[in-house]
Design a protein around this ligand. Structure first.
Ligand code: HEC
Length: 124
């Protein structure tokens, strides 16, 4: 009887250690998710173009529209009608959030593109 109680005791302490560990790792995860402030001005040069350069130009160069290479992308996007309002239904945002393109950018990156278009798709 005594040993049964001891075993239950050991199990309970192991369980609490596990719980503490799980809670701690969940919190860590929460803090790793990047928050995107909808009121912060999104710069085309320092925020949006680097996303294109890292994730898009392997396919979107001179041959495929829109041309997303540095120095070409802004004109290609605005003249091609990719960044119209409302931002949520613009060709650029719809493309990066659906179909074959859904995983080229992560969620905070997609939000930055959305906010940049909402803010008037400026060459800033
Ligand atoms: C692996 C190659 C590849 C990559 C990487 C890629 N695209 Fe594309 N993209 C395509 C192809 C192919 C099409 C046309 C067919 C389709 O929609 O899948 C296309 C279509 C598009 C269109 C619609 C063009 C139109 O005129 O209808 C947009 C906008 C676009 N891509 C933006 C992006 C952005 C922004 C990125 C980076 C986040 C990106 N693409 C990354 C291959 C790619």
């Amino acid at each position: 009887m005594k040993s049964t109680r001891k075993t239950i005791g050991t199990c309970l302490s192991l369980l609490s250690v596990l719980l503490i560990f799980l809670t701690a790792s969940c919190e860590d995860y929460r803090y790793k998710v990047e928050e995107v402030d909808p009121d912060a001005v999104v710069s085309f040069d320092t925020v949006i173009q680097p996303l294109f350069t890292s994730n898009c130009i392997s396919c979107h160069g001179a041959i495929r529209n829109p041309d997303l290479r540095q120095g070409k992308s802004y004109e290609s996007l605005t003249k091609g009608g990719y960044v119209t309002l409302p931002a949520g239904t613009s060709k650029l945002y719809s493309t990066i959030t659906s179909g074959s393109h859904i995983s080229y950018l992560d969620d905070p990156e997609k939000l930055k593109v959305l906010y940049w278009i909402e803010q008037g798709a400026q060459d800033n």
